[in-house]
Design a protein around this ligand. Structure first.
Ligand code: TYR
Length: 183
């Protein structure tokens, strides 16, 4: 799977975060455990295996054999491949970039860590705040700093025309919780 590519749960489009052994990680508000996931071509990919939201905003989806990604264009062009070599946490002030299926590739900086974000569904804790814009459908997509995975897009304010701020769920908490490894 390719970080930032779209997937669908019911009528909702979200974005793939990072490939892990057995599937991919993404945002928890995108689906609940047991829900089916379809790919960019509407074919069955797998199911949400675990999901936590609110409180956290993370989930993982298994990907069955026979499904593979084709880089997809959603109007603004594809994002060049980014190699991810690990998940060392970037410090406040570091440059981060994000890939998502609505607004593709945008960059900014880490502004703060361990933030609580209050959504209408409830509070989400230990989130990282960034100056990177995002919009609906970018959720679940990958945040990276250099070649290190950082987190998955959760939510925020603004848009990618006038700017905004976006919080991500740190990826190491997801990997630890479900015993996953980046792939
Ligand atoms: N939460 C949105 C989603 O589910 C993503 C988003 C992120 C929307 C930041 C707006 C925003 O400012 O796709």
């Amino acid at each position: 799977t390719v970080g930032g590519d779209p997937y669908y749960t019911g009528n909702v489009r979200c974005s793939i975060g990072f490939s892990v052994h057995g599937g991919f990680v993404t945002a928890g508000h995108c689906g609940r455990a047991g829900q089916q996931v379809r790919g960019w071509d509407n074919s069955y990919i797998g199911d949400f295996q675990g999901s936590s939201f609110p409180g956290d905003d993370y989930a993982w989806v298994n990907v069955g054999s026979g499904w593979w990604t084709v880089p997809v264009v959603l109007g603004w062009g594809t994002v060049p491949d980014q190699l991810v070599r690990g998940s060392n946490e970037a410090p406040v002030g570091a440059s981060v970039c994000r890939s998502g299926s609505t607004t593709r590739w945008h960059c900014g900086r880490v502004l703060a860590k361990n933030e609580t974000v209050n959504y209408s569904q409830g509070a989400v804790h230990q989130m990282t705040k960034t100056s990177v814009c995002a919009q609906g459908g970018d959720s679940g997509g990958s945040f990276i700093s250099g070649d290190q995975a950082q987190g998955v897009t959760s939510g925020g304010w603004g848009n990618c025309s006038s700017g905004g701020e976006t919080w991500y769920q740190p990826v190491n908490e997801i990997l630890n919780r479900y015993g996953l490894r980046l792939h």
